[in-house]
Ligand binder design. Sequence first.
Ligand code: MN
Ligand code: MN
Length: 465
Amino acid sequence: MSEKKDLLYTKKSVFERCDKKERQKMTDYAEGYRYWLDKVKTEREATREIDKMLRAAGFVDYDGKKKLAAGDRVIVNNRGKNLFAVVIGSSDVAENGVRICASHIDSPRLDMKPMPLFETDGIGYFKTHYYGGIRKYQWATIPLALHGVVAKKDGTTVEVSIGEDIVDPRFCISDLLPHLGREQGAKPLDKAFTGEGLNVIVCTSPELDDEGKPEKEDAVKIKVMRYLNEKYGIDEEDFLSAELCAVPAGTTVEIGLDRWLLGGYGHDDRVCAYSSLTALLENADSPKNTIIVTFADKEETGSDGPTGMQGILLSDIIDKIARDAGADPAVVRAHSSCLSADVTAAFDPNYPDVFEKRNASLIHCGVGLAKYTGSGGKYGTNDATAEFVAHVRKIFDEAGVVWQMAELGKVDAGGGGTVAKYISKMNIDTIDLGVPVMSMHAPFEMISKADLYEAHKAFSAFCAY
Ligand code: MN
Ligand code: MN
């Protein structure tokens, strides 16, 4: 007969469950993540840095031709915006399948329109089209940086980054002063700021002519293009083939006197990208399992396009692994499993009304496992089977992972989706696992160092199991 204390389940935080030594590991691990996050503010920058870390660990580019064999470590870098890291294990893939961890490396931001530059009343602006789900008011009156690429007709691509170096200028979207904000203040939150109103200030002085007088026409625009031309060799027409975006300027910082939270831009979902990457690296030496860790683009806008998880590249890679092992790809898929590595919403005591505390993830209580996501009556979700949930429970508990179930908010309060449904469509058991985030999708999001480390542990245990 079970002891009375074993009959009931109680969620405990890492401070109740982990000793000093373990907590030290958490804070040490967070240091690596914190400085890495500052370098990866777009999917392209993340792809580049992930590629670098993989190469340092002996991974090589894969062109799809060579036959894959046990011990191979390869990178499929998809257009510099999405990446697949593959380790071929020693076990039979027909029997054992592959282990997949799938995070995304795009985050909400303000994309520049193809013709972004205009001037009015002596101020030069960039027009933006926001990317992903943002609360527009959060993006005004904060320092912004400009990141991205400009692809030129001659085939070269110029990388742009302005606003991160301490000596760099920053950019900004203005807002009304409260004294004149009466009418705006009476509007609903989602109406008070418009998409077309998110214009970024780029320059506020005119280009001067040879006599030192302001140019008669387009004086500010000319000044902007003069600067960009001298620094990057581009002209206004080159904006037509560019991917430039405004992201929050600045670095990741510790929050609270105890320093247990990390605040910064883009935890969703680079926190899962980083923790699944380090988990892969931990398991890359003579692994039993074949592991695919993927870092997707376009999750925030529906996973469409060739770099999103609705693309067929993951399926192609599994096919190749299967064929090279002499196995039927459908059989390999059927025996594979996937952690859809994406963040979840942490319970926020400041907004308790939208959460159902019993089922919400709590900060410092470990990595969050979401059986389902979706909205409005579990609409639009992969809903992992009870059997698969039991399977990962066993893996995590055996590895001593601190984890918790995580439902994103109250029923009918809203909802959201992940890439889980696209991967599970391939007949692969999939479940969402990720770090609880406070202020998700804000320019400045917060996570727990403890939950971050437990995510790494969970991905690592899953890869190894
Ligand atoms: Mn996400
Ligand atoms: Mn998101």
